[in-house]
Design a protein around this ligand. Sequence first.
Ligand code: FBP
Length: 325
Amino acid sequence: MIRFEQTFMNFLLEHQERQHRTGHFLILMDAVISAARHIQYYYLTGALKGNLGLAGSVNIQGEDVMRMDQIAHEIAIHYLKSSGRVIHAVSEESEPIIPMNVEGGRYFVYFDPLDGSSNVSHGLPVGFLFGVAKRNLEGTEDLHLRSGNEFIAAGMFVIPTGTFTMGLKDAGTWRFHMDETMNYVRPTRILLPEKKKTWELSFNAANRRAYAEKVQAWIMENENRYAFRYLGALAGDFHRILANGGMFMYPAIVNHPDPKKNRPEGKLRLMYEASVVAFMCREAGGLAMNEKGVPILDIKPEKPHQRCSLYVGSKALVEDIAQAF
Ligand code: FBP
């Protein structure tokens, strides 16, 4: 007897029908899923094909570009363009906004094609992060960059583990697993666990002496209460937080011994990293803030690649550290 699992696309079809919505979003998500599969294939074969090294160029953020960053970007752009549903896209690997079907498109897509660059050359877990917002169908469309609160969906693929997690506006955050046919199946609703016994803290401990005094003091006071885990890839670290609870944080770096390494406004990018995990976290019953105590989803982006500090996870813990801000 063959056991058939519910696929992501069937899950989304039911969701769209329940909401009496069109098929446009299904076509867009089919493109995103195809891109994720293709990126997974190139990452899994990266070592043998010699694609896990440097590309020899520097991106808008002034960081060395990995060959896989370029490959993942190229793949995502191909499928998003071919869907015909995208007005424009913002990618971590492209300084300018990428116009697509500006007149006929229906969605804005903000994405990080391969998050967790420091893990690439080792073939360790990385992520494909994306956020989706919709055209103003009621009035004139000014093409403004959307805040997380204007997203209709956001998700992440942890590559190469084959897990896909996605939040849908007012419909929760759901996890899917890749089956033997490379289909994402078995939708499982994710809610951050209330019980503190599994909660974890996740941050780059090497930077802790460069955080603001108040943040260092909060860590000193709380670090023995929770387990500590850090993968060095937001997608992987947030994947754990969604399952076990706790908090991932990438604070502002304000007094690093090497001033060039200071990041007073934070490191992670608002539109395709922080807002993406903040959206999924809200739909899973959690919270995300910056170091000024402003909810990440409320931050209106002025620039496509602007950075922010990030505290995301179990509401009580994020609210607790926000008391210290
Ligand atoms: P990239 O998208 O360029 O990889 O940067 C983001 C990131 O790698 C996150 O995935 C991760 O949480 C963080 O930077 C790791 O930074 P650090 O190496 O400073 O701890």
